[in-house]
Each structure stands twice: as C-alpha cells, then as structure tokens.
Design a binder for this molecule. Sequence first.
Ligand SMILES: NC(=O)c1ccc[n+]([C@@H]2O[C@H](COP(=O)([O-])OP(=O)(O)OC[C@H]3O[C@@H](n4cnc5c(N)ncnc54)[C@H](O)[C@@H]3O)[C@@H](O)[C@H]2O)c1
Length: 369
Amino acid sequence: MNGLDGEMHATPIADTRAAAAAGLRKLRAVGVVGLGYWGPNHIRNLCNLQCADEIFACDLDDRRREHIRKLYPGVAALAEFSKLLDNRAVEAVIVATPVSSHFPMAQAALRAGKSVLVEKPLAMSRAEALELIRLARENRCVLMVGHTFEYSAPVRKIKQLLDSGALGDVFYISSTRANLGLFQRDVNVAWDLATHDISIITMLMGRAPAAVSCQGQSHYRDRTEDVALLTLDFGNSVVAFIHVSWLDPNKIRRTTIVGSRQMLVYDDTAAQEKIRIYDKGVTVHPYYDTYGEFQLSYRYGDIHVPRIEEPEPLKVECEHFIDCVRGGFVPMTDGLSGLRVVSVLEAANESLRNGGLAVPVAFSGGADA
Ligand SMILES: NC(=O)c1ccc[n+]([C@@H]2O[C@H](COP(=O)([O-])OP(=O)(O)OC[C@H]3O[C@@H](n4cnc5c(N)ncnc54)[C@H](O)[C@@H]3O)[C@@H](O)[C@H]2O)c1
C-alpha cells in the first residue's frame, strides 16, 4: 500500500481513513502558500482537522496575512515561501497560488523534501507535470493535485453508478460550468474552469480521451479566452462536451450523462437532490417490412433521486492529503491524475490555436511518467 516504495496505485479514501483511525501520527507542521480566494479554505480545513502541531500560512501580500491572523490566531503567518521550506518541521505544503506559479513552487517544495498538494491544474505543461512526478519519486514525497470535485460525494456516487452498470454504456457526457467571473490573470477559462470537468469526466471514464478539440474567444484580454467549448473524443462513439464561461449571467454547474440504460443529471448548484437519474431511453425495434427501415420508441420512466450525505469536498481532499503524508500512501488524485488533466488541457490549447482542430491527447497512463 505504501506508494513511496514503488507501488504506485492510488489508495482509496476509505483505506487511508481506516489507517488514520488505526493510529497514524500527527504531522509536526504543515504550510499553505497563497491566501487569496481559495487558500483560506485550506487553512480552515487544516485547523478543523487538527492534523498538525503547527500550521503556517504564507503570502506576499500583508493584507492577506493579516486577514488570516485575525481569523486564526493560532496560525503563524509569513511572507517568504523560502522560510516555509527552510523550516525542517514542515512536512507538507499546500500550493494555492496562481497557476503559473504552481510548478516553481511545487518543484522547490519537493526539492526541500516536503510533500505537496498543488491546486488544480497541477502545472502549465506536460513537461512540468512530469518533472514534478519525477521529483516526488526521487525525494519519496507525496504529490497530490487539488481536483476537488473528485472528492465530492455526488461525483463519487456517479462513479459508483457507472461502474455498477446502472446507466449502461455511456453514449455522451455534456457539462456546463459558467458564471460571471472570476477572470484569472495567467490562464484562460479552459485552464481555470474546464480543469474541473476534465478531472471529473476522465475519472468517471477511467481514462483520458484519445483526442480533444477546443474553440474559444477572448472579449477582454488578448489570447485569454473567457468562453470555450471543448469536445473530448473517447473513441467508440463516446464523446464529452464541455462548455465553460466567465461571461454568463447565471451560475451553472451541470453535467448530463446519457447512457444506454438510463440518463443522469448532476446539478452542483442545487442545494439538495444534486443527482437525478432518469429512467428514460430509446429502444430500436426489430425491422418491420411494412413500416420503413426501422422504428424507435421512447421510454419515459421514473426519476430517481439518490440520497447523498455530503461532507465538504475540500475537507475530504485535505484529510486525504494529510492521511497520505502520514501513511506514505499514493493519493487518489496523484501526480499522474494531474498529468492526465494537463495533457488534455495542453492538447486543447493546441487545438484552440489551430481553429478547433482535433488534437491527439498524449497520455498513456503510468507509462508516461
Ligand atoms: N479546487 C478548487 O475548487 C479551486 C477553486 C478556486 C481556486 N482554485 C485554485 O487555487 C489557486 C489560487 O486561486 P485563487 O483564486 O485563490 O487566486 P488569488 O489570486 O485569489 O490568490 C493567490 C494568492 O497567492 C499569493 N501569491 C502569489 N505568488 C506568491 C508567492 N510567490 N509567494 C506567496 N504568495 C504568493 C497572492 O498574493 C494571492 O494572495 C489557483 O491555482 C486556482 O486554480 C481551486
């Protein structure tokens, strides 16, 4: 089970939790770098989990450090990342800075022998992601990526339903993630928002798509697309469409999965009943001489809403990271999972610059790294 000894299979959350319950030690210290919009959520979860003797919070911006000091007086705030890395008590670091800094910061942390949870996406290129995987192995550190939705109860329920065959064969998946804002400075909307859908969809499918095409437009900043449409081709007529936008009047986070047996709609903005399973479908009848080539009939069955207990996904993610560091386990969203998503994004970028041409996705699982 110990992924740092060469066995590279991800350890299920239930197993890392069971190991923790059986008595894994507390960490000496853990640090979070980046205290903007998202980083403070990591601080809150780490404080609640009481997983380390000390928690450090790091940001270049005085106001952000002051904000955290006020909220969490027990957390030590510092400006320089290098000081966090120089502290031998710090065993793990969470990187929640802008995407363009993920690679240099994670690289420095791994070189300093710290385990790292990097916010999504893992890096800005396949080459960077591969280097982080290599460094983590070399330094026997845990490398995890913050694909938060893979830790959410609805997404895990959908995975269970798909794996059990309840939906039948997947025909297509369609996902929309739109909102007004938040514009990012260093990446386009695909690298910001579609990262979530790509991680969810590749996790559900259990593989990367063979090819991706992407179209998008920028309306406020040159070459920083604020709206994009991606098509992920999984082969055998299985396709996924992802529409992402920072320029939409409504907040939409909806994924539809159409299977040969049933159809499912996952609405992450719904307060309750996030998943609805529709017993709807199409039946092709055998050939009738008198009735033309073929006949279709449509089935309009019941709608089922599974009951889902939903802990905060980020809490599950943070806890899993800490458990993996404590026990030396390979996380569910490890470096390879990060590489898979970055490989799709890199191909999407190439497609975007070439008028939406289908671009093969260079990812062949463990053989890559
Ligand atoms: N998993 C999720 O659901 C989710 C949600 C939102 C954001 N994110 C990710 O979180 C990361 C941060 O996003 P955000 O919206 O909080 O960004 P942000 O711009 O609001 O905050 C980034 C912070 O990092 C600090 N920073 C930048 N460089 C630094 C350095 N060298 N040393 C110390 N501090 C530095 C900035 O001062 C700023 O306070 C991004 O990677 C984003 O993709 C993930």
